[in-house]
Design a protein around this ligand. Structure first.
Ligand code: VGL
Ligand code: ZN
Length: 212
């Protein structure tokens, strides 16, 4: 059995998009999205640094199919590249944008909202989909002495994967805690995301791999 992972003060837990619209019954439901909440709460207790993200789109956002009179899950060429189009979801201030009521937010030092630029999506907590516009998270984590980023939440193949890849690109070690994530998995997106993460040195783990 591989050695257990010891959590240090230089580790951050990144809790991604545990919001009503991604839960069963939500507008962009992820199967079993709600099942991970107790697992994530147990993880939160073990980390000195916790960041929570919240997908937070204005009405008429460029990632919404309705904005382009297109169908959800089609791909559309936008000025920064190919964008998967989604049902309207996580509209700023809407019920669907709310964080899961049982998510334990007390230990989070920042709730980072993303996807607020009307014309640019942001799966990643670090860099928007134009590949340039930073959220400032990398600098914030560096300022706090963070070296390793542990990712959990929704969805494994989109916001979790892009955040883990960008954590690597920003020079952090990156881990995805698989039992604390669930995927959308449309058109092989989960396998494709794992191929990219494996190639980038993102490590897969389970919450039980943590020591203690
Ligand atoms: C997400 C699609 C669109 C996610 C957010 O949280 O993975 N996916 N917006
Ligand atoms: Zn979104």
């Amino acid at each position: 059995m591989p050695a257990k992972i010891q959590i240090a003060d230089s580790d951050v837990l990144l809790v991604i998009d545990l919001q009503a619209d991604f839960m069963p019954g939500g507008r962009l439901a992820v199967a079993e999205g709600d099942v991970v909440v107790p697992t994530v709460n147990a993880l939160i207790r073990r980390f000195a640094h916790v960041v929570v993200t919240q997908d937070w789109h204005p009405e008429g956002h460029a990632s919404f199919a309705s904005t382009h009179a297109a169908q959800p899950f089609e791909t559309k060429q936008l000025h920064y590249g190919d964008q998967t189009l989604w049902p309207n979801h996580c509209v700023q201030g809407s019920e669907g944008a709310a964080l899961h009521p049982e998510l334990d937010l007390d230990a989070a030092f920042v709730i980072l909202r993303k996807g607020m630029n009307p014309g640019v999506d942001s799966y990643s907590a670090f860099v928007e989909a134009d590949g340039r516009t930073t959220t400032g998270l990398g600098a914030l984590l560096n300022a706090r002495g963070v070296k390793r980023v542990f990712c959990c939440g929704l969805a494994t193949d989109f916001c979790v994967a892009y955040s883990a890849l960008d954590a690597r690109a920003a020079g952090f070690d990156a881990f995805v805690i698989e039992d604390a994530c669930r995927a959308i998995d449309a058109d092989g997106s989960l396998a494709a995301a794992w191929a990219r993460m494996d190639a980038a040195g993102v490590r897969r783990m389970d919450s039980r791999d943590i020591e203690g």
